[in-house]
Design a binder for this molecule. Structure first.
Ligand code: OAD
Length: 260
């Protein structure tokens, strides 16, 4: 099947689905200029997880951890949602996409305008007090690092999930519930190797649902994907939305012609 044929098939499956859930990873934000984690130029090829993204690393050297997060915040605060994010807003508006479960901490799905977004790994735009749990919203990266809690003056940490930490129970339960209900998972730009997020599409598959995957390369999810669209998220998603909108418009047009 050629590329247009694959887009057409994926779009028709999306239109036929009753409950589509999205799973996104760093790849959807790559075209907004935010580095991914794995691969040749990924963050984990330049930085060590155990020095920057674990609770132990923070206890050892909070300033070093904050220095890295401040650098990432600078990139993220200057980034804007791309066509891929906006296409997901359209799919939600059309009633096809019920919710997005994301591993991204950049907040770009919210900024684009999606209403239902579950941020499994937290959000880099927030800090959380290590003592009293008070949460702080950052409108820009903190000037002085490590930043302090405005309530109790203990250290703030980035409000993200680090390696070795559990995803908050309520978020994980919501994500599992949504994927258990879904008859279609739209998986975009994730290597699928970090758990439990990588397992979520498998729930849909086990329940007899379908998987559409968009990625520039094969991932740990590709082997169970019914449709694999090997392209950039912005290109594939924009084409899907255009196909769906054209089809819906022509249906409306046919219906109004019949009424005349
Ligand atoms: P990864 O960096 O592991 O994977 C990014 C995926 O996006 C890869 O499969 C790429 O092939 C794909 N990709 C890159 N550019 C793309 C594009 N323009 N369009 C479509 N796909 C593209 O990122 P995640 O899977 O999100 O966790 O990583 C999962 C978690 O591992 C992250 O949330 C983070 C990380 O360590 C924590 O920090 C806890």
């Amino acid at each position: 099947m050629d590329f247009e044929g694959i887009i057409e098939k994926a779009s028709n499956l999306l239109m036929d689905s009753n409950f589509t859930i999205g799973l996104t990873g760093a790849g959807i934000s790559a075209e907004s200029g935010i580095p991914t984690f794995r691969g040749k130029n990924g963050l984990w090829s330049k930085f060590k997880v155990e020095e920057l993204a674990t609770p132990e690393a923070f206890n050892r050297n909070p300033k070093l951890v904050w220095k890295w997060y401040k650098w990432r915040m600078e990139i993220i605060f200057n980034a804007r949602p791309n066509a891929g994010h906006y296409a997901l807003v359209e799919l939600e508006r059309l009633g096809i996409l019920k919710c997005i479960v994301t591993q991204n901490v950049d907040g770009l799905h919210h900024l684009a305008g999606n209403k239902c977004v579950i941020e499994l790994h937290g959000n880099i735009r927030r800090g959380r007090c290590i003592k009293c749990n008070y949460k702080v919203i950052f409108n820009e990266p903190p000037e002085n690092i490590p930043p302090k809690c405005p309530k109790c003056f203990n250290l703030l940490r980035p409000d993200v999930v680090w390696f070795g930490e559990a995803i908050p129970k309520n978020k994980l339960e919501r994500a599992f519930n949504l994927f258990s209900k879904a008859d279609l998972a739209l998986v975009i730009g994730t290597s699928g190797i970090v758990q439990p997020a990588g397992y979520l599409p498998y729930i849909v598959k086990e329940n007899g649902g379908l998987i559409i995957e968009i990625n520039v390369e094969k991932s740990a999810i590709t082997s169970i994907a019914d449709i694999f669209i090997k392209d950039k998220a912005s290109i594939a998603l924009s084409k899907i939305v255009k196909y769906i909108k054209d089809k819906l418009t022509s249906k409306l047009y046919d219906a109004s012609e019949n009424e005349l």
